[in-house]
Ligand binder design. Sequence first.
Ligand SMILES: Nc1ncnc2c1ncn2[C@@H]1O[C@H](COP(=O)(O)OP(=O)(O)OP(=O)(O)O)[C@@H](O)[C@H]1O
Ligand SMILES: [Mg+2]
Length: 277
Amino acid sequence: MISETVLTTFGEGSLDSRLVDENGRLLFSKCSRPRLALRSAFINLNYAWPLQLGIPLESAIDYSANHTDRIKKEVKTLRLWEQEDILASRVHRAGGNFVTVHYIPDTVSCKRALDVNLNPDIFERLMDRYTQIRDVAKRKRNSDYLHSDPTLVNFLYDYERDLVVAIDPGTVLNPSMDFDTLDAHILARTLRDVANIEQPEEDIARYVRMFKEQMSEEDVARVTSIPHVIPEVIQTYFEIRDLAVAAIKGRKFVDTLAPLKTYCARYHAFIEDILLE
Ligand SMILES: Nc1ncnc2c1ncn2[C@@H]1O[C@H](COP(=O)(O)OP(=O)(O)OP(=O)(O)O)[C@@H](O)[C@H]1O
Ligand SMILES: [Mg+2]
Protein backbone atom coordinates (compact mmCIF):
# COMPACT_ATOMS: atom_id res chain seq x y z
CA MET A 1 0.00 0.00 0.00
CA ILE A 2 1.21 3.49 -0.77
CA SER A 3 1.34 5.81 2.22
CA GLU A 4 1.60 9.40 1.13
CA THR A 5 2.11 12.64 3.08
CA VAL A 6 1.90 15.99 1.32
CA LEU A 7 4.72 18.15 2.68
CA THR A 8 4.23 21.35 0.71
CA THR A 9 1.99 22.53 -2.09
CA PHE A 10 2.90 25.15 -4.66
CA GLY A 11 -0.27 26.68 -6.00
CA GLU A 12 1.21 29.80 -7.57
CA GLY A 13 2.35 28.39 -10.91
CA SER A 14 0.20 27.37 -13.80
CA LEU A 15 0.25 23.77 -12.58
CA ASP A 16 -0.53 22.38 -9.12
CA SER A 17 2.76 21.19 -7.66
CA ARG A 18 3.46 19.41 -4.41
CA LEU A 19 6.28 17.81 -2.52
CA VAL A 20 5.20 14.39 -1.24
CA ASP A 21 6.69 11.85 1.14
CA GLU A 22 5.68 8.43 -0.24
CA ASN A 23 6.81 5.58 2.00
CA GLY A 24 9.86 7.60 3.02
CA ARG A 25 10.76 8.65 -0.53
CA LEU A 26 10.55 12.33 -1.47
CA LEU A 27 8.67 13.00 -4.69
CA PHE A 28 7.82 16.16 -6.59
CA SER A 29 4.43 15.97 -8.23
CA LYS A 30 2.74 18.17 -10.85
CA CYS A 31 -0.88 17.94 -11.87
CA SER A 32 -2.75 19.90 -14.54
CA ARG A 33 -5.63 22.08 -13.49
CA PRO A 34 -8.73 22.29 -15.62
CA ARG A 35 -8.49 25.51 -17.58
CA LEU A 36 -11.56 27.67 -17.86
CA ALA A 37 -12.67 28.63 -21.35
CA LEU A 38 -12.40 32.29 -20.34
CA ARG A 39 -8.82 31.80 -19.17
CA SER A 40 -7.88 30.09 -22.45
CA ALA A 41 -9.34 33.04 -24.31
CA PHE A 42 -7.30 35.41 -22.10
CA ILE A 43 -4.07 33.49 -22.77
CA ASN A 44 -4.77 33.54 -26.50
CA LEU A 45 -5.37 37.27 -26.33
CA ASN A 46 -2.13 37.73 -24.40
CA TYR A 47 0.11 35.64 -26.56
CA ALA A 48 -1.45 34.45 -29.80
CA TRP A 49 -2.18 37.94 -31.07
CA PRO A 50 1.14 39.62 -30.17
CA LEU A 51 2.92 36.52 -31.46
CA GLN A 52 1.51 37.08 -34.89
CA LEU A 53 2.89 40.60 -34.74
CA GLY A 54 6.37 39.19 -34.24
CA ILE A 55 7.51 39.21 -30.61
CA PRO A 56 11.11 37.92 -30.78
CA LEU A 57 11.85 34.35 -29.64
CA GLU A 58 8.22 33.43 -28.93
CA SER A 59 7.45 31.85 -32.29
CA ALA A 60 9.17 28.62 -31.18
CA ILE A 61 6.52 28.05 -28.49
CA ASP A 62 3.14 26.48 -29.07
CA TYR A 63 0.92 28.55 -26.78
CA SER A 64 -2.16 26.63 -27.85
CA ALA A 65 -0.92 23.58 -25.89
CA ASN A 66 -2.88 22.99 -22.69
CA HIS A 67 -1.59 21.75 -19.31
CA THR A 68 -2.18 18.10 -20.15
CA ASP A 69 -0.21 18.45 -23.41
CA ARG A 70 2.62 20.03 -21.41
CA ILE A 71 2.69 17.25 -18.84
CA LYS A 72 2.74 14.63 -21.61
CA LYS A 73 5.59 16.50 -23.32
CA GLU A 74 7.55 16.68 -20.05
CA VAL A 75 7.16 12.94 -19.44
CA LYS A 76 8.15 12.12 -23.04
CA THR A 77 11.36 14.17 -22.89
CA LEU A 78 12.32 13.01 -19.37
CA ARG A 79 11.96 9.38 -20.48
CA LEU A 80 14.04 9.96 -23.63
CA TRP A 81 16.72 11.65 -21.50
CA GLU A 82 16.73 8.75 -19.09
CA GLN A 83 17.45 6.34 -21.95
CA GLU A 84 20.41 8.54 -22.92
CA ASP A 85 21.75 8.75 -19.34
CA ILE A 86 21.18 12.49 -19.20
CA LEU A 87 21.08 13.64 -15.61
CA ALA A 88 17.58 15.03 -15.13
CA SER A 89 14.42 14.67 -13.06
CA ARG A 90 13.62 10.95 -13.03
CA VAL A 91 9.97 10.02 -13.69
CA HIS A 92 8.51 7.94 -10.86
CA ARG A 93 4.96 7.74 -12.07
CA ALA A 94 2.93 9.45 -14.78
CA GLY A 95 -0.67 9.50 -15.89
CA GLY A 96 -2.81 11.48 -18.31
CA ASN A 97 -2.70 14.71 -16.31
CA PHE A 98 0.07 14.28 -13.73
CA VAL A 99 3.74 13.48 -13.39
CA THR A 100 5.66 12.54 -10.26
CA VAL A 101 9.46 12.77 -10.28
CA HIS A 102 12.11 11.91 -7.72
CA TYR A 103 12.91 14.94 -5.60
CA ILE A 104 16.54 16.03 -5.91
CA PRO A 105 17.64 17.36 -2.51
CA ASP A 106 20.17 20.11 -1.73
CA THR A 107 19.99 21.92 -5.05
CA VAL A 108 19.56 25.51 -6.07
CA SER A 109 18.58 26.79 -9.49
CA CYS A 110 21.46 27.93 -11.70
CA LYS A 111 19.66 31.28 -11.94
CA ARG A 112 19.88 31.78 -8.20
CA ALA A 113 23.44 30.48 -7.96
CA LEU A 114 24.68 32.75 -10.76
CA ASP A 115 22.75 35.82 -9.54
CA VAL A 116 24.56 35.68 -6.19
CA ASN A 117 28.10 36.12 -7.48
CA LEU A 118 30.40 35.51 -10.43
CA ASN A 119 30.72 31.76 -10.68
CA PRO A 120 32.24 30.46 -13.93
CA ASP A 121 32.61 26.98 -12.43
CA ILE A 122 28.86 26.60 -11.97
CA PHE A 123 28.32 28.02 -15.48
CA GLU A 124 30.75 25.40 -16.79
CA ARG A 125 28.71 22.63 -15.12
CA LEU A 126 25.54 24.15 -16.63
CA MET A 127 27.14 24.05 -20.07
CA ASP A 128 28.11 20.39 -19.52
CA ARG A 129 24.45 19.40 -19.17
CA TYR A 130 23.28 21.86 -21.82
CA THR A 131 25.67 20.51 -24.47
CA GLN A 132 24.99 16.91 -23.52
CA ILE A 133 21.28 17.49 -24.20
CA ARG A 134 21.86 19.41 -27.45
CA ASP A 135 24.37 16.88 -28.75
CA VAL A 136 21.89 14.02 -28.38
CA ALA A 137 19.06 16.07 -29.94
CA LYS A 138 21.25 17.11 -32.87
CA ARG A 139 22.50 13.58 -33.43
CA LYS A 140 18.93 12.32 -33.59
CA ARG A 141 17.60 15.49 -35.24
CA ASN A 142 14.63 15.17 -32.96
CA SER A 143 13.32 18.20 -31.09
CA ASP A 144 11.69 15.97 -28.43
CA TYR A 145 15.21 15.62 -27.00
CA LEU A 146 15.79 19.39 -26.76
CA HIS A 147 15.22 21.17 -23.46
CA SER A 148 12.15 23.06 -24.62
CA ASP A 149 12.24 25.49 -21.67
CA PRO A 150 15.97 26.06 -21.17
CA THR A 151 15.83 28.92 -18.69
CA LEU A 152 18.39 29.03 -15.90
CA VAL A 153 15.68 28.16 -13.35
CA ASN A 154 15.15 24.83 -15.06
CA PHE A 155 18.69 23.63 -14.36
CA LEU A 156 19.43 22.76 -10.73
CA TYR A 157 22.96 22.98 -9.35
CA ASP A 158 23.85 20.24 -6.89
CA TYR A 159 26.60 21.62 -4.59
CA GLU A 160 27.35 18.23 -3.05
CA ARG A 161 28.04 16.47 -6.37
CA ASP A 162 29.16 19.62 -8.25
CA LEU A 163 26.92 18.97 -11.23
CA VAL A 164 23.79 20.27 -12.89
CA VAL A 165 20.48 18.41 -13.23
CA ALA A 166 17.93 19.37 -15.91
CA ILE A 167 14.25 19.70 -14.96
CA ASP A 168 10.93 20.81 -16.43
CA PRO A 169 11.14 20.26 -20.23
CA GLY A 170 7.35 20.62 -20.45
CA THR A 171 7.06 23.48 -22.93
CA VAL A 172 5.43 22.36 -26.17
CA LEU A 173 7.37 23.53 -29.22
CA ASN A 174 5.92 24.86 -32.46
CA PRO A 175 5.21 21.73 -34.53
CA SER A 176 5.58 23.60 -37.82
CA MET A 177 9.15 24.79 -37.16
CA ASP A 178 12.04 22.67 -38.40
CA PHE A 179 14.64 21.26 -36.02
CA ASP A 180 17.42 23.78 -36.78
CA THR A 181 15.15 26.79 -36.38
CA LEU A 182 13.74 25.48 -33.10
CA ASP A 183 17.24 24.75 -31.84
CA ALA A 184 18.41 28.28 -32.73
CA HIS A 185 15.45 29.86 -30.93
CA ILE A 186 16.14 27.72 -27.89
CA LEU A 187 19.77 28.83 -27.88
CA ALA A 188 18.62 32.44 -28.04
CA ARG A 189 16.12 31.90 -25.20
CA THR A 190 18.95 30.66 -22.99
CA LEU A 191 21.10 33.62 -24.08
CA ARG A 192 18.25 35.90 -23.01
CA ASP A 193 18.47 34.38 -19.54
CA VAL A 194 22.26 34.70 -19.50
CA ALA A 195 21.92 38.39 -20.46
CA ASN A 196 19.62 38.84 -17.45
CA ILE A 197 21.96 37.38 -14.80
CA GLU A 198 22.11 39.97 -12.03
CA GLN A 199 25.82 40.64 -12.37
CA PRO A 200 27.91 43.38 -14.02
CA GLU A 201 28.03 43.42 -17.82
CA GLU A 202 31.67 42.30 -17.95
CA ASP A 203 30.71 39.10 -16.11
CA ILE A 204 27.78 38.56 -18.47
CA ALA A 205 30.16 39.01 -21.40
CA ARG A 206 32.36 36.31 -19.88
CA TYR A 207 29.40 33.92 -19.62
CA VAL A 208 28.39 34.69 -23.20
CA ARG A 209 31.93 33.76 -24.35
CA MET A 210 31.62 30.48 -22.44
CA PHE A 211 28.17 29.90 -23.98
CA LYS A 212 29.57 30.54 -27.46
CA GLU A 213 32.15 27.78 -27.03
CA GLN A 214 29.42 25.19 -27.53
CA MET A 215 28.02 26.92 -30.65
CA SER A 216 29.01 25.92 -34.17
CA GLU A 217 29.36 28.48 -36.98
CA GLU A 218 25.90 27.44 -38.22
CA ASP A 219 24.46 28.01 -34.73
CA VAL A 220 25.95 31.52 -34.68
CA ALA A 221 24.59 32.25 -38.16
CA ARG A 222 21.10 31.08 -37.19
CA VAL A 223 20.97 32.92 -33.85
CA THR A 224 22.29 36.17 -35.34
CA SER A 225 19.70 36.00 -38.11
CA ILE A 226 16.86 36.14 -35.57
CA PRO A 227 15.64 39.75 -35.37
CA HIS A 228 16.51 41.08 -31.91
CA VAL A 229 14.08 43.97 -32.07
CA ILE A 230 10.77 44.38 -30.24
CA PRO A 231 8.27 45.97 -32.62
CA GLU A 232 6.78 49.26 -31.37
CA VAL A 233 3.23 47.88 -31.50
CA ILE A 234 4.21 44.98 -29.19
CA GLN A 235 5.77 47.36 -26.67
CA THR A 236 2.64 49.53 -26.62
CA TYR A 237 0.38 46.49 -26.31
CA PHE A 238 2.29 45.11 -23.31
CA GLU A 239 2.55 48.53 -21.62
CA ILE A 240 -1.24 48.85 -21.70
CA ARG A 241 -1.73 45.21 -20.70
CA ASP A 242 0.73 45.40 -17.77
CA LEU A 243 -0.84 48.65 -16.52
CA ALA A 244 -4.31 47.08 -16.72
CA VAL A 245 -3.18 43.91 -14.89
CA ALA A 246 -1.57 46.01 -12.11
CA ALA A 247 -4.77 48.07 -11.74
CA ILE A 248 -7.16 45.11 -11.87
CA LYS A 249 -5.14 42.93 -9.50
CA GLY A 250 -4.12 45.89 -7.30
CA ARG A 251 -0.46 44.91 -7.43
CA LYS A 252 2.83 46.53 -8.39
CA PHE A 253 3.45 47.22 -12.08
CA VAL A 254 5.42 44.35 -13.61
CA ASP A 255 7.02 44.92 -17.01
CA THR A 256 6.49 41.59 -18.78
CA LEU A 257 8.91 42.51 -21.54
CA ALA A 258 11.74 43.60 -19.18
CA PRO A 259 13.95 40.49 -19.65
CA LEU A 260 13.48 40.64 -23.43
CA LYS A 261 14.26 44.38 -23.47
CA THR A 262 17.45 43.81 -21.45
CA TYR A 263 18.45 40.98 -23.75
CA CYS A 264 17.85 42.98 -26.94
CA ALA A 265 19.71 46.01 -25.56
CA ARG A 266 22.69 43.92 -24.47
CA TYR A 267 22.55 41.86 -27.66
CA HIS A 268 23.16 45.02 -29.71
CA ALA A 269 25.61 46.48 -27.16
CA PHE A 270 28.00 43.50 -26.96
CA ILE A 271 26.46 40.01 -27.26
CA GLU A 272 26.25 40.04 -31.06
CA ASP A 273 29.88 41.21 -31.29
CA ILE A 274 31.01 38.34 -29.07
CA LEU A 275 29.06 35.83 -31.15
CA LEU A 276 30.64 37.16 -34.35
CA GLU A 277 34.20 37.46 -32.94
N1 LIG B 1 12.94 16.86 -9.18
C1 LIG B 1 13.05 17.98 -8.44
N2 LIG B 1 13.83 18.00 -7.34
C2 LIG B 1 13.95 19.12 -6.61
N3 LIG B 1 13.31 20.26 -6.85
C3 LIG B 1 12.52 20.31 -7.92
C4 LIG B 1 12.34 19.16 -8.77
N4 LIG B 1 11.48 19.51 -9.75
C5 LIG B 1 11.15 20.77 -9.51
N5 LIG B 1 11.76 21.27 -8.41
C6 LIG B 1 11.62 22.62 -7.83
O1 LIG B 1 10.32 23.10 -8.07
C7 LIG B 1 10.34 24.25 -8.91
C8 LIG B 1 9.20 24.19 -9.93
O2 LIG B 1 9.26 22.99 -10.69
P1 LIG B 1 9.15 22.98 -12.27
O3 LIG B 1 10.20 23.84 -12.85
O4 LIG B 1 9.14 21.55 -12.68
O5 LIG B 1 7.72 23.53 -12.53
P2 LIG B 1 7.19 25.01 -12.85
O6 LIG B 1 8.21 25.77 -13.59
O7 LIG B 1 6.62 25.60 -11.62
O8 LIG B 1 5.97 24.63 -13.67
P3 LIG B 1 5.71 24.70 -15.20
O9 LIG B 1 5.56 23.26 -15.60
O10 LIG B 1 4.47 25.52 -15.28
O11 LIG B 1 6.89 25.34 -15.88
C9 LIG B 1 11.72 24.22 -9.57
O12 LIG B 1 12.17 25.50 -9.94
C10 LIG B 1 12.57 23.58 -8.50
O13 LIG B 1 12.97 24.56 -7.56
MG1 LIG C 1 10.25 25.49 -14.13
